[in-house]
Design a binder for this molecule. Structure first.
Ligand SMILES: [Zn+2]
Length: 276
C-alpha cells in the first residue's frame, strides 16, 4: 500500500458480517461514513517539535465491536491489507516505553529483523519520549495502551475510558507523529464502554492469543516454553515495561530465532490505513 493511499482516511464500513473496518481490503465496496476526511498529517522525518492537533476522534468514529481481536485471521477481517502468510505470527509488546528494557528489545528485534507492535502507556511515554521515538524510528508500530493502565477499566464509564484513551493518544501523537488505530486494553479487560470508547477514538481493540505471563516473572524457562507453544496465526504478548523485564528479554533471545527456525514469519500489525 502506498504512502499516499495510507494517508487517505477511508470509509468505516464495519458490519456485523465481518466486513473490514475500512475500505482498501479485498472484500469489495463498502459504505462510507459521511465523516470521511483526509488525515492532513505529514510523515515527520524525526521528532516533531510542533504537531498539528490530532484529528478529532468523533469525526471518524468506527462502528462499535462486541469482542476484541484475538488472532491474525480476526485482525485481517477487520483491518484491510494483504493476507498474512500461512506461517505468520505477530509480536505485541506492552507497557513501555521503558528506558532500560525497550532498547534491549529493540536491539533484539533489529538483530532478527522482526517487526513488532508496541502498546504504549501514555504516562510512560511521558519522560521517555526519546525511547518512544526510537521505537517508531526503528520501523515498529505503536498502539494505545491507555494513559495510566488502570486495573479495572472494564468497570469504568465510557467517558472515563475515553479520557484514558484520548490522553494517551495525544501524548503518543505529539511525541512520535503516529496516531495509533489499535487499542490494547490493560489486562485485555473489555466492556461495552471500552468498545464504545475505542470505536469513538477510531481504534480496533486487540487482545492476544498467546500469553506467556511474563509480567509475573515466572522464570525465563517458563516464558520461553509458553512462547514456543505459539502457532501460526497467533498474536503473541510480552512486556517491555511494568517492572524488571530481564526474563522477558532473555526468553525472546531464544524464542525469536527458534520460531524463525521453525519457519514462522513475524508480521506487523500496522492498524487502519489512516495510521501514518
Ligand atoms: Zn499492560
Amino acid at each position: 500500500m502506498t504512502g499516499l493511499s495510507r494517508r487517505r482516511l477511508l470509509g468505516a464500513g464495519l458490519a456485523a458480517t465481518g466486513t473490514a473496518l475500512a475500505a482498501g481490503g479485498s472484500a469489495g465496496p463498502r459504505p462510507r461514513l459521511p465523516a470521511d476526511v483526509p488525515v492532513a498529517v505529514t510523515r515527520p522525518a524525526a521528532a516533531p517539535t510542533t504537531s498539528p492537533p490530532a484529528p478529532t476522534p468523533a469525526a471518524t468514529a468506527l462502528p462499535q465491536l462486541d469482542r476484541p481481536v484475538f488472532t491474525l485471521e480476526e485482525y485481517r477481517r477487520l483491518v484491510p491489507g494483504p493476507p498474512f502468510p500461512g506461517n505468520a505470527v505477530a509480536l505485541t509488546i506492552d507497557d513501555g516505553p521503558h528506558p532500560t528494557w525497550t532498547p534491549k528489545v529493540l536491539r533484539l528485534l533489529d538483530r532478527y529483523h522482526v517487526p513488532a507492535l508496541f502498546c504504549l502507556i501514555g504516562n510512560q511515554v511521558l519522560g521517555h519520549e526519546t525511547v518512544a521515538r526510537d521505537i517508531v524510528a526503528a520501523g515498529h508500530h505503536v498502539a494505545n495502551h491507555t494513559w495510566s493502565h488502570p486495573g479495572k477499566i472494564d468497570h469504568f464509564a465510557q467517558d472515563r475510558v475515553q479520557q484514558e484513551i484520548d490522553r494517551a493518544q495525544n501524548k503518543i501523537y505529539d511525541t512520535t507523529g503516529k496516531l495509533p488505530t489499535i487499542f490494547r486494553s490493560p489486562g485485555g479487560a473489555v466492556s461495552p464502554a471500552v468498545f464504545a470508547a475505542a470505536a469513538q477514538a477510531r481504534m480496533v481493540p486487540i487482545n492476544w492469543t498467546n500469553d506467556p505471563r511474563d509480567w509475573t516473572r515466572p522464570g525465563t524457562g517458563s516464558i520461553t516454553h509458553r512462547m514456543l507453544a505459539a502457532h501460526p496465526g497467533q498474536i503473541l504478548l510480552c512486556h517491555d515495561g511494568g517492572g524488571d523485564r530481564g526474563q522477558t528479554c532473555a526468553a525472546l533471545e531464544t524464542v525469536i530465532p527458534a520460531l524463525q527456525a521453525r519457519g514462522y514469519q513475524f508480521v506487523a500489525l500496522d492498524g487502519l490505513p489512516s495510521s501514518h
